[in-house]
Design a protein around this ligand. Structure first.
Ligand SMILES: Cc1ncc(COP(=O)(O)O)c(C=O)c1O
Length: 371
């Protein structure tokens, strides 16, 4: 189906910087720079300074950033790791693949980790916490870091959806032992395919992750220091990302403007719960990776928007802890379950025009007028 307002618009995204992107790819290919070369080093340096961390390591995807962080931190069998169920399943998958036990807590109104529950779920086996900064808003990282310090726990930030977001002026990815980011095409900064990276202020972690992503090989000596993995961010992707990173600040501004337009347009529909607008975010600087509204008759509104040419997505219709295959049914997380029944992500990307935002707002108004 061709949507009047698609959920993402990759052709338009690339059309706007076509020559620069093609130029960067051509340059990498003509030099034969494919893996672990200059474009990657440039990306790692620039993204580390954007986030405000000492180091960044380019990886195959955001899932590997979380997985390799846990591995490098020595998390394994017998350890418990606290995270949320209201996240992309990858967060939980990484804990399980390390042999550790995921302990899931509920979320609060902002859809992020409930820090009181985190404190209640700490046991002698707890080794780490993975907070998720969902939809471009950071979790209550002030409280979180206090809890982690008091209990001597490792924090691995799942900042896959929060590149550029900050709390009290400090960016996502600069608080924990590592910050984990996805470069999936629809993310704040998207590769032309899969990609990811992590940030850290810890020199030992930086070195260990560089080895883990490359089979444990110490290239200078030829020694294999431990069993590793293959998870390198390709140079072609890094070359494209170097072009895009320049535009990231203006893309974030545009997303915040769109959030403001949605807020103004939808505020008077009392059936719709909106995320906080940029102007009322207090300590939080939100980047609106997703613009998620909540409504009781979610599926009817999704169908109405679809019939009127507006593509939306629902993240996530089935809470992770209720998938029988994941064997997490022993958790009871009422807020997470309520969100799964009510959330809709409206189109949100820098290329979205004001006219398209107005159109989406009109369709939502029409839906509530006709009922
Ligand atoms: C919250 C969250 N965590 C982890 C990931 C995994 O990232 P990737 O798809 O790059 O492996 C994503 C990506 O969608 C995500 O949104």
């Amino acid at each position: 189906m061709v949507y009047k307002v698609p959920f993402v618009n990759y052709p338009e995204h690339y059309r706007r910087m076509w020559d620069e992107v093609i130029g960067a790819i051509s340059e990498a290919l003509s030099k034969g720079d494919l893996l672990l070369r200059g474009q990657l080093k440039q990306f790692e340096n620039d993204i580390a300074s954007f986030v405000g961390a000492k180091y960044a390591v380019g990886l195959g995807n955001g899932t590997d950033a979380i997985f390799l962080s846990l591995k490098a931190a020595g998390i394994g069998s017998g350890d418990e790791v606290i995270t949320v169920s209201h996240t992309f399943v990858a967060t939980i998958t990484c804990i399980v693949h390390c042999g550790a036990t995921p302990i899931l807590v509920d979320v609060t109104e902002d859809m992020n980790m409930d820090m009181e529950q985190v404190e209640q779920r700490i046991t002698p086996k707890t080794k780490a916490i993975i907070p998720v900064d969902l939809n471009g808003r950071m979790c209550d990282v002030g409280k979180l870091m206090k809890i982690a310090d008091e209990h001597d726990l490792i924090v691995i930030e799942d900042a896959a959806q929060a590149l550029g977001a900050s709390f009290d002026g400090k960016k996502a990815g600069s608080f924990g032992l590592t910050g984990c980011f996805s470069l999936y095409p629809a993310k704040m900064l998207g590769a032309a395919g899969d990609g990811g990276f992590l940030t850290t202020n810890d020199a030992e972690m930086d070195e260990k992750i560089r080895l883990l992503r490359d089979h444990g090989q110490q290239r200078s000596t030829g020694k294999i220091l431990f069993y590793g993995f293959n998870s390198r961010l390709d140079n072609i992707q890094a070359a494209i990302l170097n072009v895009k990173l320049k535009y990231l600040p203006e893309w974030i501004e545009r997303r915040r403007d769109i959030a403001e337009f949605y807020q103004e347009g939808l505020l008077d529909i009392h059936e719709v719960k909106l995320p906080p607008p940029p102007t009322e975010a207090g300590s939080y600087y939100d980047v609106y990776q997703n613009y998620v509204i909540r409504v009781k008759d979610r599926d009817k509104l999704v169908a109405f928007l679809e019939r009127n040419g507006v593509e939306t997505i629902v993240s996530w219709r089935i809470p992770n802890h209720t998938h029988p295959a994941l064997k997490l049914g022993h958790f009871s997380l009422p807020k997470t379950e309520e969100l799964s029944a009510t959330v809709i992500s409206l189109p949100m990307y820098p290329e979205l025009s004001d006219e398209h935002v107005d159109y989406v707002v009109d369709v939502v108004h029409d839906f509530y007028k006709r009922r």
